[in-house]
Design a protein around this ligand. Structure first.
Ligand code: GRF
Length: 196
């Protein structure tokens, strides 16, 4: 399957997908384009280093959210993308894109959904909320994307224990290393191979 990855930042989850393509964890799909919602992010360099097509599509350049969605959908279609992976994409995608790719858009979220998810829960805020609540276990979730933020059907989850002295930063790093970079490539292969 041709994969299009949506990014907004450092792109370590994109890197995990690319590495999984090299190592054979992902053998039924390949990344054909990377779309960033921001200029100058490191994820774009990761794509360039591999000679992968990339483009910047910024919400602020469009008068309406629907036109932003259409721009992403048009680009993905022009690249023959069959699966869209949101890997740290900070803009919300709307119905116009979701309708074009039913059950073919997935997202990685850095908590065990339904905890610490939905509107306003992104980046470090998720880990701050987990520490503030005092949970002993957190983790990451890969899920299908529908109209409800972080509300689509869950594909994979992995738990990560919270340690004494964790800060939002140390927790974010461990959740990425122990959970996100493992379950995202795995979920991609499950979809590309037709297992789900
Ligand atoms: C990750 O924590 C991901 O779960 C969240 O945004 C972060 C992106 O990091 N949605 P990166 O750009 O993949 O390094």
């Amino acid at each position: 399957m041709n994969i299009g990855v949506l990014v907004s930042g450092g792109g370590t989850n994109l890197q995990a997908i690319l590495d999984a393509c090299d190592s054979g964890i992902i053998k039924s799909g390949k990344v054909v384009t990377v779309v960033s919602s921001k200029d100058g992010v490191y994820a774009l360099e990761r794509a360039a280093k591999r000679g992968i097509n990339s483009v910047v599509i910024r919400r602020k350049d469009y008068d309406e959210p629907a036109l932003f969605d259409k721009a992403i959908a048009d680009h993905m279609k022009s690249m023959n993308v069959e699966l869209i992976v949101m890997a740290g994409f900070l803009s919300v995608v709307g119905t116009d894109l979701i309708k074009e790719y039913p059950n073919k858009i997935i997202n990685i979220h850095p908590s065990l959904i339904p905890s610490f998810c939905g509107k306003g829960f992104y980046g470090l805020k998720v880990h701050e909320a987990a520490l503030e609540y005092g949970v002993k276990v957190t983790g990451a979730t890969v899920h299908f994307v529908n109209e409800i933020p972080d509300g689509g059907k869950i594909i994979l989850q992995k738990a990560v224990e919270i340690q004494d002295g964790d800060t939002p930063q140390t927790l974010q790093k461990r959740v990425m290393e122990e959970a996100e970079w493992k379950i995202l490539p795995k979920a991609v292969e499950m979809i590309c191979s037709g297992q789900i």
